[in-house]
Design a protein around this ligand. Structure first.
Ligand code: MSP
Length: 474
């Protein structure tokens, strides 16, 4: 039994959740449940990123006190995570007093690598990121993600000397001590690392007051990313919790590809500066697109995850986001695709299989002794350990489709009609055993449906009154 620590990116609370936010949670939760199946002890963080200009500006636009504004939105995120049945164990808000104190301690401990200097350059509030001259020139001074001109800054700031850590970070990435997934992003990150200047890690209070104060310098607040990245260790009690070292380093940190650069450069630099080991896996997933386009308020294609959840239930949501949203590539969400996956796959492949097998076993009073279906195949384990969740899901789904073929070929209803009871028993036993073995492997993906199916086939089997995945569901 191992101790496994899993983390998710903490979303900005400058609005309510959209469907893209579900990806981190679905992947991390699937991985956490997989480890629990293997008997590991799991600690699983989630939280909200509540400082920075982006949030302060939004609150100002709405004429709300910033704290009230973040309280309201943080609740929306927490509710959403709960609705997704995410099995997190620890939740952090960056406005928690205990987090802020710990971040200040982190700053103090990094002080040998911090210096004050004048910053002259650009900033994108949408990305909450300082922009290099090269990027500014390449983009014509307009952020390609936010379609807004970069802000020009001339400020006295604190800098973090990333150059002190570059060699060590490069070595950790190349040797896979800190494995970057998918593999093809490694090269991209190594290039960014070479180009990476020292990072400005504070803003003058006169420009931004909504942040953690820099220790011993009331004129400055911390850069939001320094504060946010620290959450992964503050939430498990760095520096003083006695069991901190039992959990850190994280086994896996899940982030979107858009924020991998912060996690693969600034974050390891901070950890090395603190004398801490690096995370074992940085898993960067692709983006959810809507109708082939990036979701954006101005295009008006932002999909509300609560609406999706309420339309076909939680299992359908997790099914789509873990199977049809590819783990590493960008993938599309459309209502048509969603409905199709629900009707043709969940309802037809899985729902009908369960219904047919349960009805046959019930009608013929067949009792199944199940002793051997809590096993994971080697191929499944290899895919899950490699964070290939959508591929692992495909693998299990093939088993479900295989069982559908077998039931059509072996025709247990004919055996029943002909009174071939022994043959019928063996046939149903094998099919139900196959189903339950597949369902065991499905349980990290769609835990609610898996629990219901296991329940149906436990003890005396009775025909479910309501199908698992009713059609024309609204
Ligand atoms: N606050 C930072 C993260 C700090 S972690 C120390 C942030 N917040 S975010 O709200 O913009 O994004 C939160 C997570 O959601 C990130 O992992 C991001 O990649 C992910 N996604 C945001 N939009 C997404 C899609 N459209 N599709 C998939 N994931 C998306 O970045």
């Amino acid at each position: 039994m191992e101790k496994i620590y899993i983390t998710t990116a903490i979303p900005y609370v400058n609005g309510k959740p959209h469907i893209g936010h579900a990806v981190d949670y679905c992947l991390a939760d699937c991985y956490a449940r997989y480890h629990r199946l293997k008997g590991d002890e799991v600690r699983f963080q989630a939280g909200t990123d509540e400082h920075g200009n982006k949030i302060a500006q939004k609150a100002k636009e709405l004429d709300l006190p910033v704290q009230d504004y973040v309280n309201e939105n943080a609740n929306k995120f927490r509710d959403f995570i709960k609705k997704l049945n995410v099995s997190y164990t620890d939740f952090v808000r960056t406005t928690d007093e205990s987090h802020e104190k710990r971040v200040q301690e982190i700053w103090r401990r990094l002080s040998d690598h911090i210096y004050k200097a004048k910053y002259e350059g650009w900033y994108c509030t949408g990305c909450e990121r300082y922009v290099t001259k090269k990027e500014f020139d390449e983009t014509g001074g307009v952020c390609p993600d936010h379609q807004k001109p970069y802000e020009e800054l001339q400020e006295e700031n604190y800098y973090f000397r990333v150059s002190d850590f570059k060699d060590r970070i490069r070595e950790a990435i190349v040797s896979n001590e800190m494995r970057i997934l998918p593999e093809f992003r490694k090269k991209e990150i190594l290039c960014l690392l070479e180009e990476s200047p020292d990072v400005s890690i504070s803003r003058p209070v006169s420009q931004l007051s909504w942040g953690v104060p820099v220790p011993d310098d009331p004129s400055q607040v911390m850069y939001v990313w320094l504060d946010a990245l620290s959450n992964y260790i503050t939430v498990i009690g760095f520096p003083d919790a006695k069991d901190f070292g039992e959990w850190w380093p994280a086994n896996a940190q899940f982030v979107g590809k858009d924020i991998l650069r912060f996690h693969a450069i600034i974050w390891p630099a901070m950890l090395i500066g603190l004398g801490l080991p690096l995370p074992q896996n940085l898993v960067s997933h692709g983006m959810v697109l809507c109708d082939g386009q990036k979701m954006s308020k101005s295009i008006g294609n932002v999909v509300d995850p609560i609406e999706v959840l309420e339309s076909h239930g939680l299992d359908a949501f997790r099914y789509y986001f873990l199977r049809h949203i590819d783990t590493f590539a960008d993938s599309d969400f459309t209502w048509d695709k969603y409905e199709e996956a629900y009707n043709n796959e969940l309802a037809n492949d899985l729902g009908n299989l369960v219904q047919r097998l349960a009805t046959l076993a019930d009608k013929n009073q067949i009792v199944i002794s199940r002793d051997n279906n809590s096993r994971l195949s080697d191929e499944y384990i290899a895919l899950m350990d490699g964070f290939e969740f959508s591929k692992a899901f495909d693998l299990v789904w093939n088993k479900i489709q295989e069982l559908n073929k077998r039931i059509d070929e072996e025709k247990p209803w004919s055996l029943a009609k002909n009174g071939e009871i022994e043959k019928l028993k063996t046939c149903l036993h094998n099919l139900i055993d196959g189903l339950l073995t597949a369902v065991y492997e499905l349980s990290p993906f769609i835990p609610d449906a898996a629990a219901k199916i296991i329940d149906i086939f436990s003890g005396k089997i009775t025909t479910p009154k309501v199908p698992l995945f009713p059609k024309n569901h609204n």
